[in-house]
Write a protein that binds this ligand. Sequence first.
Ligand code: DGY
Length: 321
Amino acid sequence: MSAARVLITRRVPPPAVELLQQAGLTIDLVDQDDPPPRAELLRRVPGAAGLITMLSERIDAAVLDAAGPSLKVVANFAVGFDNIDLEACRQRGVRVTNTPGVLTDATADLAWALILSTARRVVEGDRLVRSRRWSGWAPMQLLGLQLTGATLGVVGAGRIGTAVALRSQGFGMRVLYADSQVNRELENKLAAQRVELHQLLAAADVVSLHVPLTPQSRHMIGAAELRLMKPTAILINTARGPVVDEAALVEALRERRIAGAGLDVYEHEPRLTPGLIDLPNVVLLPHLGSAATATRQKMSQMVAQNVIAVLRGEEPPNPVV
Ligand code: DGY
């Protein structure tokens, strides 16, 4: 195993590099913060035994074939793995791993940062003060959505959706959720009600998305779904951009068919759909869900442990394939 090489497609926080080196692996680090151009990925991957990838790298048959038979594991530095062609990996006997659990709280916290800032128009307020055009307190100024007693609709009640819902207790919110499975924890602790998506959209004041990106969830929220929402409601997306039809969202926000949106992810990330950036009623973050120091360090440890396990011929702790 001493000669095995692990390609890491971006700088990552410690301790991944140290752990991999201690395990006797050779590191090939793309020493930058931006995604490597695809041509560079294809040039560097041949002969690698392990590949540590980010959600922005498309790992498909072409990358796997360029890597060749030496490649044993693709360890995604993320819980989501929609950037990886799982079937192509399966066919070539390449294991795939992810980083579940350790980013649940950080992502739920960030969803709440977006819920609060969108509901109470925090970013618009900040812009107003900085513009030097603020003339003082006014009874009608930047009125927003009161969260206390409002209804939270969680779409996808897995780990992160559940953590977001549990945090709503502090605001005394009623919780609805849409999921193919019953979530006993939410029902027992919060008296949350499981409803169909269309019922949730019609009733919720805050709609928060927490589904993985799959062919079924792509554009799950489009023009028709946005039309079901209340004009006073807000949409929060910390899941994956393509779950929302972003052009339809721009229209709905422009026409004030919904009150606002808080987005951490984008349909064509990092590009934004034209018009989105010009809207005052949307809060835009640069995919910060898991961006807490302690969380990123845990993710770093996990990707290394997954790679080391596979290259030792053991079962990885976080297998996807
Ligand atoms: C994930 O893990 O899937 C996030 O989107 C990035 O941390």
